[in-house]
Design a protein around this ligand. Structure first.
Ligand code: HH2
Length: 303
């Protein structure tokens, strides 16, 4: 039996098999749901701003997320909060994240570390400190040098769909779509995928993300979750990030973002059933348990 057929596919992921995500000198097997734990080192993130303000606190938080079952830690130093984010300069972003990446790498030499940035200079500095992945919420739109930096380091890459700049990409300023929001996002993500390939990023290094809540009203995010099988047609593994977002609050009536864990887990279990492999989350323990159980059921059904 071929290796690809030996790996259980996510339900709905019938159009491709992606057993591994290539990350620099190693790879992450996508043979079960993978959790990307969020380590925000920002004063203003929408749900956890200022919670891990010092490098020591952020490193301790990342270590806790690894203990709870995170497969990847995503370190971010610039918020895109929906209330309109305040963009920060590259120097300030580096000042926030580099000690955290350095500290995590020193404590956890095999941990997979991602940097959440739209700036090539920041990505390059994070990769030099030992990060494995660049998570670009602009999908290489905002900094023309991002592709070459990632290609040169053989970094893993997350290309997320968004529109606009850092200050307004999580608002509704660019949230106008015709009758087929999924089709528009597929087309725009296909263009980002092509840009990454053209810059020399290896196909196996790329993961795609529909960008829930980014230039999207609740109905758009829901349409994209329901339409995940159409995104798998792009041929790359999918990451989703519903964690604590507005559309979860609108459906559940929970106004405090930190209390939206249950609703988030519901969205992510649905996404797993529809073909996603990776989940960017604040609440690792709840997701580890829920997605492992859901996966065990799906695997049983597929066998
Ligand atoms: N969402 C946020 C930030 N980065 N990256 C990917 N790939 N996918 C996402 O959905 C995504 C992301 C926003 O969430 P958060 O980091 O909690 O908030 P803030 O931007 O306010 O720091």
């Amino acid at each position: 039996m071929s290796r690809e057929r030996a790996v259980p596919k996510a339900p709905g992921a019938s159009r491709y098999a992606a057993p591994h995500w290539r990350l620099r000198d190693r790879s992450l097997a996508l043979d079960r749901p993978r959790l990307v734990g969020i380590v925000n080192v920002t004063p203003d993130s929408f749900s956890d701003g200022g919670r891990h303000a010092t490098p020591d606190e952020a490193v301790a938080h990342g270590s806790r997320l690894l203990d709870e079952g995170a497969d990847v830690l995503d370190v971010g130093g610039e918020s895109t909060r929906p209330q309109g984010a305040r963009p920060v300069g590259a120097e300030e972003e580096r000042r926030r994240i580099l000690p955290v990446i350095r500290g995590l790498r020193a404590l956890h030499d095999t941990a997979v570390i991602s940097v959440d940035t739209v700036k090539a200079d920041v990505a390059a500095a994070a990769l030099a400190e030992g990060a494995d992945i660049v998570n670009d919420v602009s999908g290489f739109r905002l900094d023309p040098r991002m592709g070459e930096i990632c290609a040169a380091a053989s970094a893993g890459v997350v290309l997320m769909h968004s529109r606009g700049g850092v200050a307004d990409m999580a608002t509704y300023a660019h949230a106008s779509y015709g009758s087929d929001v999924v089709g528009e996002v597929v087309a725009e993500l296909a263009a980002r995928l092509e840009a990454a390939r053209a810059a020399g990023v290896a196909e196996e290094a790329i993961v795609l993300d529909p960008g829930l809540g980014f230039a999207k009203r609740s109905e758009h995010s829901l349409a994209l979750l329901g339409g995940l099988p159409r995104l798998t047609a792009l041929g790359r593994p999918l990451l989703v990030g519903a964690s604590r977002k507005r559309f979860i609050g609108e459906i559940t009536g929970v106004t405090e973002p930190a209390d939206r864990v249950d609703g988030t887990v519901g969205a992510h279990v649905a996404a797993l059933a529809l073909g996603a492999w990776l989940f960017r989350v604040h609440d690792v323990r709840a997701h580890r348990h829920a997605l492992d159980v859901a996966w065990a059921v799906f695997r049983e059904r597929a066998s």
